[in-house]
Design a protein. Structure first.
Length: 215
């Protein structure tokens, strides 16, 4: 793979934010009197925009779903954001790719200010030339739109020089919408079938495998 730019998803790709996200979802659903008996049932919520999941799983209309997103952020911004950990091998991978001359970028459906807070908290922001995410008003939240935004902000016109890396089908589909090759990581929240079904060009089991693939 002869690439210059590597775009990364955040949740499930760089950090394991499962605990904080699920705690925030439970807090938000509790506001509506919805009790979650099995936390594992919330795993499909990890990755897609929260508004879409509320409309899909609980039949919220758009207005109510946006209200739900605000309730979610009450908990997440207060403490859920740091109920999180960096996957083993991630910092070594980023340092190695940076040393080899790759330009590293983030494209996440997490609100951009929150993504910056997370990466600064874990001292990973220094590896990225740009951290792009969703807007707080959800006008830019779908992964394809976020990837397009990052490509435009960085002036990347030759799509053959860029690759998207993520753990869910939304990352892969968003890459394909923008004409990028896509790498699915198997240590995150998605499955091999989900990633290949979405059109992933490559699958890697570990961060070190990604370095080997790119280099």
């Amino acid at each position: 793979m002869k690439k210059k730019y590597v775009l990364f998803d955040l949740d499930g790709t760089l950090t394991d934010s499962r605990e904080g996200i699920i705690n925030s979802i439970e807090y938000m659903l509790g506001f509506y009197g919805i009790m979650v008996e099995d936390r594992e049932s919330l795993l499909p919520w990890l990755g897609p925009p929260l508004k879409d999941s509320l409309m899909k799983y609980y039949g919220f209309d758009e207005r109510k779903a946006l209200e739900g997103v605000e309730k979610y952020r009450e908990y997440f911004d207060r403490q859920g954001i740091f109920e999180n950990r960096v996957y083993p091998g991630i910092e070594d991978m980023l340092a190695c790719l940076k040393e080899k001359g790759y330009i590293l970028l983030v494209a996440t459906s997490k609100p951009e200010p929150a993504a910056i807070r997370v990466l600064e908290h874990f001292d990973l922001a220094k590896y990225f030339d740009y951290i792009g995410g969703a807007t707080l008003d959800d006008s830019r939240v779908k992964k394809g739109d976020v990837i397009r935004y990052v490509l435009e902000r960085q002036g990347i016109r030759d799509k053959a020089l860029a690759v998207m890396t993520g753990d869910r089908e939304h990352d892969i589909c968003g890459a394909k919408e923008n004409g990028l090759e896509a790498v699915g990581v198997l240590y995150g929240y998605g499955s091999p079938g989900e990633l290949t079904g979405a059109g992933a060009d490559y699958l890697v089991k570990t961060p070190d495998d990604l370095v080997k693939l790119l280099c």
